[in-house]
Design a protein around this ligand. Sequence first.
Ligand SMILES: [Fe+2]
Length: 509
Amino acid sequence: MRFGWLLLGLTSTFVSAQNLFDPHFQESIPHHPFPFGVASGDPGSDRVVLWTMVMPGKEGTTQVGWKIATDSSMHNVLQYGRTSTDEGRAGTVKVLVSQLPAGSTLYYQFTWKGLDSPIGRTKTTDIDPTELRLAVVSCSDYQTGHFNAYRHLCTQHDIDAIIHLGDYIYETSAERWGPAKQRRRMYRSHLPGHLCINLQDYRTRYAQYRTDPWLQEAHRLHPFITVWDDHEFSNNAHSEMSSAAQLERRDAARQAYFEWLPVRDHPEKQLYRKIEFGRLADLWMLDTRQEGRMQQAENAQDPRWQSSDRTMLGMQQSEWLTTGMGASESTWQILGNQVIFSPIHDSRVFSRVPAIKMDRWDGYPAARNRLVRSWREQAVENIIVLTGDVHTAWGLELQSSSHDDLSATPIGVELVTPSISSFNFNDILPRPIAWEAERRFKKKKHNPHLRYLDLVRHGYLQVTITKTDVLADWLFFNPRRSTAKVQQRRSYRYSRGIPGLERVRKKSP
Ligand SMILES: [Fe+2]
């Protein structure tokens, strides 16, 4: 018996790479030493994370070379080195390169078994930039449309970084998701064909997404700054999972995320972190799902909803955020946030829908009030909350006082990016009903802080930040056709010290 266990241990150490992924996906892996391309992420003024993946064979640990240069021909090499990977991390490779020049466009390449990877491009952050251009994306369901936002981003060479606010993958399966009418509108099938539960499932799902040519190319051309939302785990995930099966699934999902995304490694897989853009802006990437989100309340009658000890971020992350924002000397404070922060009054929009969406910050009023109070007490202003999750585009003025008083002077803006492809009102309801919902949401007596809303289009958000202004450009595409052509564009500007998020009329690109 003991000998049998020993044998099992040895064979699992040298398990074939074929066991990494679902057998149905194995055949579709590109025949290339770097089948999922290259990526970079979490830029700093002197550092960046480089990423790739190789398919380790039966040798166990394998060595991978890397180099980073100032030119796309890779002649002027700044640094190079070797690192190792194995099947324990699915052959994924991550290198945190430091001591790099600030504000620089740099190029990098990996070598494995004498073969070179594609050359990637990345950018370190500037010490004192006059302008910052961020692309903000979320909710990229492989099944429900083309990744046109990523395709368009491959043509945008002046972007400093792409912020992905979560639902980078969906753990769902078509068989168990949505009515038959919606399933018919799906374009591509997920692999594995079932709900993701174990490590092999989640690895296969990330690998499948990385076979999309535009996602892979966007990673090659731009540094990504990412956080997870719920669908990297399970629908409406929170931190109070307790059964052994739930914890095992959560751990598998976390491991796969850290393997496949170019985020800085952390011993406890903690994802919240700060990215500095010199004196212009601090970006606070929040984890509103896994770190300290209590289970959501059932409804407004549920006593948990108004409870004063209710947390969205958890105590440690809240302390880190409020202390850090109070001490920051940067002009802008940007939050990389998942669910809508501002209060939304939607009780008159659909009578059948509950008036309070418990999944958003509206479901955690005590936690939101504590955060807003800390901003007021520390005189924190010029806040830009970037949000994903709801698959629709929103522009909101951020309030400084009690969230029951929506007429106060704004201290910033909340900009919500639409889904890249995931279903929204347009995919689920007849369009006239969606437009009527927009009209009701925008009624001043309900939501006076809501300046812009689009419930039917898909795309992404570009944010251009200078010392004085924030320009938000929502770019929309038809997800039913593979195209980088912008279908429609809406632009709004917020200026420091001037109340209001104002429409800017531009020519469509
Ligand atoms: Fe989503």
